[in-house]
Each structure stands twice: as C-alpha cells, then as structure tokens.
Design a binder for this molecule. Structure first.
Ligand code: AHR
Length: 515
C-alpha cells in the first residue's frame, strides 16, 4: 500500500478503537474450582472506617439521645439498621489524622464534664467529645462488629495508650478498670485490633520510618493483654512508599501483627475533580488509579515475603476509596462527597483485587462509613441515602469468610481516545461458602455489554444473582428523590452445553450464585 494512504488509514483505525474495545465475541471465563487452596477471604476485608471528621460521627452515626431524629440511645436508627444489613465485620475509630490528636480521657465520664476541643485536622470544628470510648464500643456491640482502636502515638504517650487499653479491656480491680465501672460499664469490652498510630509519616507525627519503628517497639511493650491477645497494627506506607515497608520489616518484623498501607483513588491531590461531574477521560484516569492498587499491594507483599516468607505479618489496607472534591457549598475540611455509579465500579474492582491477595491481606477499611469520602451512607438532617458503594458491599457480603477460587479469563483492555489510558475491561472474582459458589463481575466499559462464556471445573447448572447498574455513570442517589442506583435481579445468565452464557451490561457490577 502507498505510504500516503497508509498513514490516514492508521489514524482512522486508531480513532475507531478510540472509545472502547468493541469486540463482540464472548470472553471465556473459567472458574478453577480444583485450584482453590483453602484461602479464606477474611470478613475483615469488608471493614469500615469512622473518624471524627465532618458529619461521620455527629449527625451520621450519632445524634444524641435528645435528638428529634429517631435514635436508639443516641445512635441514628436509620443508619444503624442500614449498617446491620451490611454485616460490618470491623470498624476503625477514632481516626485517621484525628487519632493522633485524640486524648481518650476527654471522651469519658459525664457529658457536661467532657473536654471541648478544636478538631484541628478537619476544619477546626468544635468537638465536644460526646461520642467517646463508651459510645464507640457500645456501637460495635450493637452492630456485632469488632472494634479497631487507632491509638495516639503522634501527640500521646505510651502511658496514655497503655491506660486506654487497660480501661477498655481489663476486668481487674485496678483504678483504671474501676474508673470504667464508675462510668457505667462493668464488664470489659472485647478489643482485639489496636493501631499504633496513623500515617506516622504524615499527620501522625511526620516521622521517618526508622524513628517510627522504634516508637512502635516502645508502645507495644506497654500495651498489655488483659482479656484476649491484642493484634497490633503498625502504621504503614502511603501507597508506593516501599522504603517504609522495608524499614519496618527490618526493624520490627514479627513484633507487629500487621502493617497497614493507605491507598486512595485520587486523580491528582491538587485537582481531585468532582464526584459527580466528570469526563470520560477523568473516568478512565480514576479507574486506572483504582486498578493501580494491585501493583501497590504486590510491591509491599514482595518486600514482606522477603523478610517474612511464612506470612506471619499481615498486610492491611486500612484506608482506601475514592477521594474527590467536596460537594459545592460544603465545608472543605469535612470531605463530604457524593457517590456515583463510578464509585460502585471502583468498589467492586478493588474488592476483587483484595480477594486475590488474602493469603497476605487480612483487612481493608474503606474510607469512610458515613458522610466522608467513599461512604456507604449519606445523611442530611433526618434524611438518609444509601450510596451505590453501599449496594456493592451489601451484594458482596456473600464473600465474607468464603474460600477464594482462582478464575482464568482474558478480557483485554478498554482504551481512551488518546490511546494513553488503558484499563482492564473486566474484573472478576469467585469464591465458595457453605456449598455455594459465587462469582462477581465488574464491567468497566461505559458503552458495551460483554458476553461471557463461563465454565468451571465443577458442573455449572445455572445462575441467579443481582446487578447494580445505572442509566448514566454519573447517576447517584440523592436526598428526597427516588434512588437511581439500586440492585436489581439479574436475568442475563443462560445455560449452555458447557456452562453459562452471561451478558454483563455496560458499567455494571454483577454478583452471581452459580448452581
Ligand atoms: O480519611 C481521611 C484522612 O485520610 C485520614 O484522616 C487520614 O488518615 C488520611 O490521610
């Protein structure tokens, strides 16, 4: 072909595959039942995070006993009931950055005597400490979830943290345990997860890893086991800071139970973009960053494997999720953002990635549970909405405690206009529990459905399930309006000779039970 014809043709071809891969043929998916090796997806992968930030606690989880908003002992009833349906396995508190400014004695005892402080990390809001240790641990009991206490290392002392642990967990007749009794709680609470600081490299003290490693060793010496054994969590790296993990593994090693990495899906820390109004390019960049968590995790695991091949130290991702600009007109320090179908896609693909690495990753806590960043729930006065992310967590709860099953598939990528942005077209995970098999599929393609030819090592009889999708990727559930993004029964799976033909609509998250 003549060169002057070839170049325009190449450009045309490039343009045609610009938006998305339009391959109509079926993607072959093989559920490798026989390759499952007893790797259990810990329920804590579905963990949540709550911080004294914006209206996460006040107005979100807690309205106080005298509020006109229906409540049970001060906890919002609508939120409580919605959270019960999620089977929250673990809840982290009180921060975040707030944790290293938090002095637990401020939040116990008669309400009128509690300290009033300025929440310096989050907009300087007045914090009256009406939600403290008792209110948090009682909430965990109501939700039947494990508390995860994030201790103050940045501005606290080993003595302060040691006494907090004693206050919560000791059944002795010590002065500290008796102080708890005097404040209305006779029996010690069950607390297993203890964070030794948060983001020690940043808001938790701006430390070097070498210095923090020594502090970790010091603090853990004095935080003692009263009831059960404490599981002590080191403040880990910010996304790709592998040196942090390297130093901690060298200097602390198996003295820590876990190291907790933070990874946010953020477009650019200086230009985070709107949560609800975004271009296709921003969508692609957002998803590329979300998929990037896999490389991040793999990098940290490789370092951990070098020092700890027996996998005695766990990796946690105790903060993750999308981070966009706050909603217009809201306090910039309160991190209140809406949640669209895009967030649901990020949630689904992130959970699918975590499942794969659960031989090392034992907990993940999405940020945050109510009214902050990629929330499950948003509230405005007495109103409440469930976000698309809530629905993903609700649909995925079948994976809590299930045995991971490897899946083989090759679905290719979707490519953006300028060819610079590529993201996987599909994300798939599978697991089994109580004799049932579950598969979750995320279709990231905004325009094209995907046909799957699904087969498995074991017989496939049929499938039922639910789908979360929307008319538009920007759709979200808003106050006072009927919900736009809600799960529906899935009818796109049909029995074939070899398994199933499954049609996954564009921009959707599907969870199937395979018979
Ligand atoms: O989740 C919001 C903040 O993000 C947390 O307080 C902090 O740990 C992180 O930087």
């Amino acid at each position: 072909m003549k060169r002057h014809l070839l170049i325009p043709l190449m450009l045309l071809a490039g343009f045609l595959c610009m938006a998305q891969n339009t391959d109509e043929s079926s993607t072959i998916i093989r559920i490798q039942d026989d390759a499952a090796r007893g790797q259990i997806i810990p329920k804590e992968i579905y963990g949540q995070f709550s911080e004294h930030l914006g209206s996460c606690i006040y107005g979100g989880l807690w309205v106080g006993k005298d509020s006109p908003i229906p409540n049970r002992d001060g906890y919002r009833l609508d939120v409580l009931n919605a959270l019960k349906k999620l089977q929250v396995p673990v809840l982290r508190w009180p921060g975040g950055c707030f944790a290293d400014d938090y002095h637990w004695m401020d939040g116990i005892g008669p309400l009128e005597q509690r300290a009033r402080i300025s929440n310096n990390n989050w907009g300087g809001t007045l914090e009256d400490n009406s939600f403290g240790t008792h209110e948090f641990l009682n909430l965990c009991e109501l939700l039947d979830c494990e508390p995860y206490i994030s201790g103050n290392v940045g501005s606290g002392t080993p003595e302060e943290l040691a006494k907090w642990v004693e206050y919560m967990t000791s059944d002795s007749q010590s002065t500290v345990a008796n102080m708890r009794r005097a404040n209305g709680r006779d029996k010690a609470w069950k607390v297993k997860f203890l964070g030794i600081g948060n983001e020690a490299w940043g808001c938790g003290g701006n430390m070097r890893p070498e210095y923090y490693a020594d502090l970790f060793r010091r603090y853990t010496t004095y935080t003692r086991n009263y009831g059960g054994r404490l599981y002590k969590i080191a403040s880990g790296a910010s996304d790709f800071d592998y040196n942090w993990t390297e130093v901690l593994m060298q200097a602390v090693g198996t003295k820590m139970d876990a190291i907790a990495v933070h990874y946010y899906t953020v477009l650019d820390w200086n230009r985070k973009g709107s949560a609800t109004q975004f271009s296709e390019d921003e969508y692609m960049r957002c998803l590329r960053r979300a998929f990037g968590i896999e490389d991040c995790i793999k990098g940290h695991i490789a370092i951990m494997d070098k020092y700890d091949p027996q996998k005695r130290v766990d990796l946690l991702v105790d903060e993750w999720g999308t981070w966009f600009n706050v909603e217009p007109g809201t306090n910039p320090g309160h991190l209140f953002q809406q949640s669209t179908m895009r967030d649901a896609i990020v949630a689904g693909l992130s959970l699918n990635i975590f499942h794969k690495y659960t031989d090392r990753i034992k907990m993940a806590n999405i940020a945050q549970i109510v009214n902050v960043l990629q929330s499950m729930i948003l509230t405005k006065d007495s109103q409440m909405v469930l976000t698309p992310t809530y629905h993903v967590f609700e649909m995925y709860k079948v994976f809590q405690g299930a045995e991971f099953i490897p899946v083989e598939y090759s679905a290719g990528n979707i490519v953006s206009g300028d060819q610079e942005l590529e993201i996987p077209a599909l994300s798939v995970t599978a697991a089994r529990k109580d004799g049932k098999r579950y598969v979750a599929v995320v279709n990231t393609d905004l325009k094209h459905e995907r046909k799957l030819a699904l087969s498995a090592d074991k017989t496939v009889g049929g499938a039922t399930g639910r789908i979360l999708t929307a008319k538009d990727i920007h759709d979200y559930n808003d106050f006072g309006k009927s919900a736009k993004v809600e799960p529906k029964p899935f009818t796109g799976a049909h029995k074939t000779r070899n398994g199933l033909e499954v049609t996954i609509p564009a921009m959707s998250v599907v969870v199937l039970e395979i018979q």
